[in-house]
Design a protein around this ligand. Structure first.
Ligand code: ADP
Length: 306
């Protein structure tokens, strides 16, 4: 096999109380990537369709992640990467992660899969470091492994896949305003009061437990971010209205997707998720800000070979 074509999915990181540790994988939005083995060593990004991103490997997250993997595997060949970008960069639904994860997944497959998808996370996060200044794994891990993933530890990297109930659906709305991950990080506080940490731990434990047991009520009660959302949501106009509208429409709860500006809601059933999408769209239509909205089940497998 000399060429591979992939669907590399969008993902939601910072799932509410799971800041920097809990992510989930979407099914209905993603990039397409074609990776080709070449005799010439190194990485060349030949084309990016749909958006204006750098083609130099060292400036593109796909290239940076791929080069990190090549430095480790030392193959006697190189690779060309072509990306059809359907996930807008800076949207907060893992645009950079889709490219980084797709690149390392495709190269690993073309080399006969010497590494597991879990092992590939380490290389994909080198790309994330370029995009946001922090090597966070809560987008690339669900992209590579599917479902919900928990980063139990960064040093050493320890990633756990969390099962979720079949009827759990995601609504995610992307207001077309620019909010850089670096800027969204700069507003965060270094230290947190013990009382707030305790509330966050309780909710994260509750959310994980609700996902395992399919207890939608518990999932809803636990979708509360005590630490980051109150600070970051100020950067997202209409955040409170969007979240309230989704809940009034029947969603279990929601929060900021990644570092924003996208806002997500989780619902039991596709119908309720679609109602949440309508309610959130109605809020956006009262503004002049363009937006797009997606309804998706949880993608259980992550990146797919097409
Ligand atoms: P998202 O959460 O949607 O991934 P980020 O702000 O974390 O958004 O990352 C997007 C940043 O990474 C942008 O500055 C973009 O220029 C840069 N970037 C470099 N290569 C890529 C790529 N292949 N795909 C997406 N973004 C890229």
């Amino acid at each position: 096999m000399n060429q591979i074509k992939l669907f590399s999915p969008a993902t939601i990181a910072n799932v509410s109380c799971g800041f920097d540790v809990l992510g989930l994988c979407l099914e209905s939005v993603g990039d397409e990537m074609t990776i080709t083995k070449t005799a010439q060593p190194g990485i060349r990004i030949t084309e990016i369709v749909g958006t204006d991103l750098p083609l130099e490997a060292e400036k593109n997250v796909a290239g940076v992640a791929a080069l990190a993997l090549l430095a480790h595997l030392q193959p006697d060949c190189g690779f060309e990467i072509r990306i059809v970008k359907n996930i807008k960069a800076g949207s907060g639904i893992g645009s950079s992660a889709a490219s980084a994860a797709g690149a390392v997944f495709g190269i690993n497959q073309l080399l006969g899969a010497p590494l597991t998808n879990k092992e590939l996370v380490h290389f994909a996060i080198q790309g994330e470091k370029l995009a946001s200044g922090s090597a966070h794994a809560d987008n690339v891990a669900p992209a590579l492994l599917g479902g919900f993933t928990l980063v139990r530890s960064y040093e050493p990297l320890d990633i756990i896949t969390i099962p979720s109930p079949n009827e759990l659906y995601v609504t995610v709305i992307h207001p077309h305003i620019e909010l850089k991950t670096k800027d969204a990080r700069s507003v965060l506080k270094e230290n947190i009061p013990l009382k707030k940490a305790t509330i966050q731990c309780g909710n994260l434990g509750g959310l994980i437990s609700g996902l395992y047991t399919g207890d939608y009520g518990l999932i809803g009660r636990s979708l509360h971010d005590e630490l980051v959302e109150p600070i970051r949501s100020i950067l997202i106009p209409q955040f409170d209205e969007l979240k309230a509208a989704a809940k009034t429409a029947g969603a279990l709860g929601g929060g900021i997707s990644g570092s924003g500006p996208s806002v997500f809601a989780l619902s039991k059933g596709k119908e309720t998720a679609a109602k949440a999408a309508d309610a959130m769209s109605a809020i956006m239509l009262q503004t002049s800000v363009p937006f797009d909205v997606h309804v998706s089940p949880i993608n259980p497998t992550g990146i797919k070979i097409l």
